[in-house]
Design a protein around this ligand. Structure first.
Ligand code: SF4
Length: 700
């Protein structure tokens, strides 16, 4: 029986899957791939049910309408490509390339990302490519770049089973990265001396497994981390040798943390002094300390500073560059990492290069055979700026690929109004309807998982080949082929790739000598030996797992040293006040991903999470006259939603929680992002999706 080895297309854990023909209602049988180094044969409900979403509500052929009040009409691919080319030519002639934008996705494969960067940033000469990774981990990118001199998570999953102390902050791994968390949870259970601290305003499934849960007040992460640093220094836990030889700016940091005595930190964060001391003690006493973070840190108006403050703790204690130690960001999307490698954000270029670096631009202009100066030195529009530009009438063509911004972007009513003003919106996706198809003029059917061949990189830098083993339905095509076809019609050279392997081969050569060196990886090699972890320079024996970055403690900064940040917290962008007295936080549920475009179409998962809800502390519920099961109207300055109350001590007083994956397609007034705001981190431009001020009222 033919079996196919591939990757789960949901989250950044990147579990290996084995797919075999099934029968009857389940034509494909999906199990965990025991040979995959990241997941070791394990798989969660999302990966296990992926095949059930393949035939539901697929976009089968191109469709077009001249305005949003018209119905879509089926058109041919020829006509669709002609329409795009005509639009682009006219925009270039009238206004230049900066009125073109592409908004992509961590669901794209590396080949899709690469061809799109070459097309837009190279040949069209605008950097207006951003992706939903902006909402997910751009603060981690900025933090690594500023602290270490380059993007690149230094750790790997083997560290989960080699650490003495895991410090998880702003990540509900048990629900959102379950297979990576299970690796640690099993190890934790077998080794009672290993400690786990979880920092989260909610008593999540992750927090319930912790030796100590620090239920901090929302937005007090930097205060907490500076306070732990204060105690570590007081306990004599600093690694002076590392600080002297491998870092800079420690003196400024030392001056900052002196202002964080435990009494003050405990009062601001809402945690006990004894718990702060216990955390610092475990950090100091442990040979190997691993910290893990995700959206709870990244999605903040000070997300970069938060992540860097966490990295500070590793620098001051020398907890980096050795097994079981280091700061480890967990990516949300399955190929957010591949997006970073290929330059899939508005300020970067393939190979962890920067658009503002003239040397980097010149390297790509040479490789892509472009005239000098063709690549713009100006960072393009990030996701938030695309919306603001639409409002101002400064975008003439918006091309959205494999994502659903009409659920996932903050301040959703504003986003909807902006999209209404878009003169020409292309949506290239596998599914129809989604909340975003309602705002598109042109729909392009995209092939997805199992229907196209390409690669994805997971959170621990492991690259997996995802082969096509089924025909795409209808007229769906791989995303990279659609972009390449437009490039060829515009007369651009270098888009006549024979196949996805040729695309990958061209891309990896551009990474040679970079931190993310993938030049020793090819489709053939991945097919022959299975997943490969980078760095993997050409000529090097490929490793499948277990490689840490910075083991020599040399960082890719001009002086080879990592940088401390010395910073105080600015607090929440929208703190609670007498009119909006609660902080609303949002998060994922175990069975949900990708705004339910797939998971909303799988009966087992919809039964698991039938409707959204509001978590409220018993004290707040009583004060507001709300009982368990009551319907509650939640209002922010931007919008409202209606949710049934779950009265629980799992949420801290003053804080409310709602799940974030319900869009207009799945329920009325259930959109979390109707409430959130778009204030973002000045460095990473990542919005503060995790906290906004709201008021509540019992409904009905
Ligand atoms: S943990 Fe993530 S990658 Fe693994 S099976 Fe679940 S959704 Fe897929």
């Amino acid at each position: 029986m033919t079996q196919h080895r591939t990757l789960c297309p949901y989250c950044g854990v990147g579990c290996g899957l084995t797919v075999a023909p099934g029968s009857g209602a389940n034509p494909w049988r999906v199990t965990g791939d025991r040979a995959h180094p990241s997941s070791l044969g394990n798989v969660c409900v999302k990966g296990a049910t992926i095949a059930e979403s393949l035939a539901c509500d697929r976009l089968l052929y191109p469709q077009y309408r001249a305005s949003l009040d018209q119905a879509f009409q089926r058109i041919s691919w020829e006509r669709a490509l002609d329409l795009i080319v005509a639009q682009i030519r006219s925009i270039l002639a009238d206004h230049g390339p900066d009125r073109l934008c592409i908004y992509g996705s961590g669901q794209l494969q590396t080949e899709d990302y690469y061809v799109t960067q070459k097309f837009l940033k190279g040949h069209l000469g605008t950097n207006n490519f951003d992706s939903n990774s902006r909402l997910c981990m751009s603060s981690a990118v900025a933090a690594y770049s500023q602290s270490f001199g380059s993007d690149g998570p230094p750790c790997c999953y083997d560290d989960l089973e080699a650490t003495d102390f895991a410090f998880i902050i702003g990540a509900n791994m048990a629900d959102c990265h379950p297979i990576a968390f299970n690796r640690f949870a099993k190890y934790h259970k077998r080794h009672p001396g290993v400690k786990l601290v979880v920092v989260d305003p909610r008593a999540t499934a992750t927090a319930t497994k912790a030796d100590l849960h620090l239920a901090i007040n929302p937005g007090t992460d930097i205060t907490l981390l500076n306070g732990i640093a204060h105690l570590i220094a007081q306990m004599g836990g600093i690694d002076q040798d590392f600080i002297n030889h491998h870092s800079c700016n420690f003196e400024a940091y030392q001056a900052v943390i002196a202002d964080y005595p435990p009494e003050r930190v405990a009062a601001v964060c809402g945690v006990a002094i004894a718990h702060l001391e216990q955390t610092a003690q475990w950090w100091v006493n442990s040979q190997r300390v691993l910290s893990l973070w995700s959206m709870g840190i990244n999605q903040s108006s000070e997300g970069t500073a938060k992540a860097r403050t966490l990295i500070n703790l590793h620098l001051m204690t020398g907890q980096i560059g050795k097994p079981g130690a280091g700061p480890f960001s967990l990516t949300g999307q399955p190929n957010a990492m591949g997006g970073r490698e290929t330059g899939g954000l508005a300020h970067i270029l393939p190979g962890y290069r920067s658009v503002t670096n003239p040397h980097h631009r010149a390297e790509l202009e040479t490789a892509w055979q472009l005239p000098p100066g063709q690549i713009s030195p100006t960072p393009g529009k990030d996701a938030g700026e695309m919306i603001r530009s639409l409002e101002r009438g400064e975008i003439d063509l918006l091309w959205i690929m494999a994502t659903n911004p009409l659920v996932s972007l903050p301040d959703l009513h504003r986003v909807k109004a902006a999209l209404h003003k878009s003169p020409f919106t292309i949506l290239q996706d596998a599914y129809h309807p989604t909340e975003t198809t309602a705002y598109a003029h042109l729909l392009l059917p995209a092939a997805q998982w199992s229907e196209k061949t390409g690669t994805m990189t997971n959170s621990e830098r492991v690259v997996t080949l995802c082969p096509a083993f089924r025909e795409p339905p209808g007229e769906a095509r791989p995303d990279w082929q659609i972009v390449a076809a437009v490039g060829q019609r515009l007369g651009f050279p270098g888009f006549d790739f024979a196949d996805a392997a040729a695309v990958y081969g061209e891309f990896v050569q551009l990474t040679a000598g970079r931190v993310c060196d993938l030049s020793g990886i090819s489709h053939d090699r991945l097919r022959a030996m299975g997943p490969i972890q980078w760095p993997c320079p050409g000529g090097m024996e490929p490793q499948t797992h277990g490689q840490q970055l910075y083991q020599d403690l040399q960082f890719p900064t001009p002086d080879g040293r990592a940088r401390f940040i010395a910073v105080h917290s600015g607090g929440l962008a929208e703190p609670p006040d007498p009119h909006y007295p609660f902080v609303l936080t949002v998060g994922r549920l175990y069975g949900h991903w990708h705004t339910q475009t797939r998971t909303g179409r799988i009966p087992k998962i919809t039964k698991m999470h039938p409707q959204p809800f509001l978590e409220i502390h018993p004290r707040d519920a009583e004060k507001s006259g709300i009982a368990a099961g009551d319907w509650v109207v939640v209002r922010s300055r931007r919008g409202m939603g209606r949710f049934q109350a779950e009265v629980t001590k799992a949420i801290a007083p003053g804080t409310l929680f709602i799940p974030m994956h319900w869009g207009a397609l799945w329920g009325e007034d259930t959109e979390a992002n109707a409430l959130t705001h778009g204030a973002s981190c000045p460095d990473s431009k990542q919005p503060e999706l995790k906290a906004c001020a709201v008021q509540i009222e019992r409904w009905g």
